[in-house]
Design a protein around this ligand. Structure first.
Ligand code: NDP
Length: 322
C-alpha cells in the first residue's frame, strides 16, 4: 500500500481508503462488514471513512466495533456531519455550532474513540453563517476531538471562503471529498485547481461509479445477484443513476480491452484512473465482500500510460459528466 499526504498537512493516509456507505448497517450483515474491515487491514488499508448519517448512525457503530482492539495510532478514522440522524428536531441538521458539537460527540461515542483524524462537513450549509461553522470546527481541533478538518461536495468558491476563515482562526481545511470517476469529472475545471492552490487534497467517492465501472452490469443481462443494483434498501436507486443513462453500460464494456491490455480487472483500472490525478490523495472505495477489497487494492501498483488514458476518453466520449 502506498501512502499520500492529505493536503498541505503531515497526515499520511492509505491511497486506497475503505468507506462504509450503503453497506455497514444496511446492505451487508455485521459479520460480513467486520470481515471487510479485517480484509482491508490485512491488505494495508489504514484509512476508514464513514458518516453519522450512514445507516442512520449504525454504520459508525459497526465500523467502531470492527476496529476494536486495533492500535489507534495505526489508523486514520474519518467521519462527517450535516444531515439529521435519529429523531428529527429543529436543530438536528446543518452546520450550526449546536449540531456540529452534538454530532461530533455522538460520532466519537459510536466509533469508540476519543478523536477522529478527519472531521468533514458533509455538505455546505447555506443557512448558517460560515464563521459559526468554522469556529465550531476550530474548537473541535483545539479540544483534540478532531485532528484535521475537511469538506465534502463544496464548490471552489465555498472552499476558498472556508479556507480563508479557517486560516484566520488558526487551523486549515486539508481535504475535499467529491464524487470523481472516469464517468463523473465535474471537479476538474474549478475544484481541483482551487484546492491545489490552497493546499487541499481530494479524497474521491464512488471511484468505481458504485461498481458500474467494474463492468459487471452487462447490456441486456439480468442484474448480478447481490449487487448494489439489486439492493432495495437504498443502493439500487443510486446505481440506477448510472445504469439508466443511454449507452452507458455499452461504453463501459468497451473499456474491457484496455483493462486486458494492462493485465488488470476493470475495477482496478477505475481505481488506478482516479489515483493518476495529482490532487487526489485517496480513492474512497466501498465493498460488499472481502474478495472485492483484495482485488481492488492491487490498483495501488498500477500506472496507466498516457496513451491508454486517451483511449479511455475516446471510448467513453459523451457519457462522461463534466
Ligand atoms: P465505489 O464506486 O467504490 O463502489 C463500491 C461498490 O462497488 C461496492 O460496495 C460493491 O457493490 C461494488 N464493487 C466493489 N469492488 C468491486 C469489484 N472488484 N467488482 C465488482 N463490484 C465491486 O464507491 P461507493 O459508492 O461505495 O463509495 C465509496 C465511499 O465513498 C463510501 O463508502 C463513502 O465513504 C464515500 N461516499 C461519500 C459521499 C459523500 O457525499 N461524501 C457519497 C457517497 C460515498 P456491490 O457488490 O454491492 O455491487
Amino acid at each position: 500500500m502506498k501512502f499520500r499526504y492529505l493536503g498541505n498537512s503531515g497526515l499520511k493516509i492509505s491511497e486506497i481508503t475503505y468507506g462504509n456507505w450503503l453497506t455497514h448497517g444496511s446492505q451487508v450483515e455485521n459479520d460480513t462488514a467486520t470481515a471487510c474491515v479485517h480484509a482491508a487491514l490485512d491488505v494495508g488499508i489504514t484509512t476508514f471513512d464513514t458518516a453519522d448519517v450512514y445507516a442512520n448512525t449504525v454504520a459508525e457503530e459497526v465500523l467502531g466495533e470492527a476496529l476494536k482492539g486495533q492500535r489507534r495510532e495505526s489508523l486514520e478514522i474519518f467521519t462527517k456531519v450535516y444531515w439529521p440522524t435519529g429523531p428529527k428536531g429543529h436543530n438536528d441538521c446543518g452546520l450550526s455550532r449546536k449540531h456540529i458539537m452534538e454530532s461530533a460527540h455522538g460520532s466519537l461515542r459510536r466509533l469508540g474513540t476519543d478523536y477522529v483524524d478527519l472531521y468533514q462537513a458533509h455538505r455546505f450549509d447555506v443557512e448558517t453563517p460560515l464563521e459559526e461553522t468554522m469556529q465550531a470546527f476550530g474548537d473541535l481541533v483545539r479540544q483534540g476531538k478532531a485532528l484535521y478538518i475537511g469538506v465534502s461536495e463544496w464548490t471552489a468558491e465555498q472552499i476558498r471562503a472556508g479556507q480563508e476563515l479557517a486560516t484566520q482562526m488558526g487551523f486549515r481545511i486539508i481535504s475535499s471529498q467529491p464524487q470523481y470517476s472516469m464517468l463523473w469529472r465535474v471537479i476538474e475545471p474549478e475544484v481541483v485547481p482551487t484546492c491545489q492552490e490552497l493546499g487541499i487534497s481530494q479524497i474521491v467517492w464512488s471511484p468505481m461509479a458504485q461498481g458500474v465501472l467494474s463492468g459487471k452490469y452487462k447490456p441486456g443481462a439480468p442484474l448480478p445477484a447481490g449487487s448494489r443494483a439489486t439492493d432495495e434498501k437504498g443502493g439500487a436507486d443510486f446505481v440506477r443513476r448510472f445504469l439508466d443513462r443511454e449507452g452507458l453500460v455499452e461504453r463501459v464494456q468497451d473499456l474491457r480491452p484496455i483493462a486486458d491490455e494492462l493485465g488488470i480487472s476493470m475495477a482496478q483500472m477505475a481505481i488506478a484512473w482516479v489515483l493518476q490525478n495529482d490532487n487526489v490523495a485517496a480513492a474512497l472505495v466501498g465493498a460488499s465482500r472481502p474478495e472485492q477489497i483484495i482485488e481492488n487494492v492491487k490498483a495501488s501498483d498500477v500506472t496507466i500510460p498516457a496513451e491508454l488514458m486517451t483511449r479511455i476518453d475516446e471510448v467513453l466520449g459523451d457519457v462522461v459528466v463534466r
